[in-house]
Design a protein around this ligand. Structure first.
Ligand SMILES: [Zn+2]
Length: 196
């Protein structure tokens, strides 16, 4: 079977191909290089419970720039699929234009889950990323905090990209989940399908 191509239309085989690529570190880097702007880095080892395997410094996916971000290739590739098949189409649908930047508030963070004392967050291995909004091609920002309940277009866009996130990540937490997520989407590689 042909390897995943990020820009190919989504078919019933796409998720199967994606899972194969995500399970093989070299394949992840190879496929990410189709549309991602990044440099591969040595793994980060940060104590017993924190670090980043298959670490990249990511500065863009497709036509969307990112403030340079250290994350895992697997997180970056899911983000690339979300941008290609979720964010860019939603930009056209709701605003008639492309998205030029994904605004994030980080991926790697060696910490426990908020409100839990002992369980580590998926951020401790960069297996998640927090997105606070986007910048449209014309320079307009769309932010969760100010626009989740904004105009019809803003509301439609943000709900569409949240729902699209659920296709490419295993867990998505946003404003409808709890107040901790009023200002960002938490996109997480593992989990049980929570999508709110
Ligand atoms: Zn998060």
């Amino acid at each position: 079977m042909k390897e995943l191509v990020v820009t190919d239309p989504v078919t019933p085989l796409t998720h199967f191909k994606l899972r194969r690529v995500l399970n093989e570190p070299e394949a992840c880097l190879r496929v990410l290089s189709q549309t991602g702007q990044f440099s591969a880095m040595d793994p980060l080892v940060d104590g017993e419970r924190c670090g980043i395997a298959n670490r990249v410094s990511l500065s863009g996916v497709g036509s969307s720039k990112l403030r340079p971000l250290e994350t895992a290739c697997e997180t970056a590739l899911r983000l690339a699929m979300w941008d290609q098949h979720g964010v860019q189409p939603a930009g056209q649908t709701h605003f008639g234009q492309a998205i030029r930047e994904l605004r994030h508030i980080g991926s790697y963070n060696c910490r426990a889950i908020r409100g839990a004392t002992n369980r580590m967050s998926t951020h401790a291995t960069a297996a998640s990323i927090d997105i606070r909004g986007v910048v449209l091609a014309d320079g307009t920002s769309v932010d969760l905090l100010s626009d989740w309940n904004g105009s019809v277009a803003q509301q439609g866009f943000l709900r569409d990209v949240r729902d699209a996130g659920c296709q490419w990540f295993s867990t998505v937490l946003g404003p409808e989940y709890n107040a901790l997520h009023a200002d960002h989407f938490h996109f997480q590689n593992q989990g049980w399908g929570t999508c709110r």
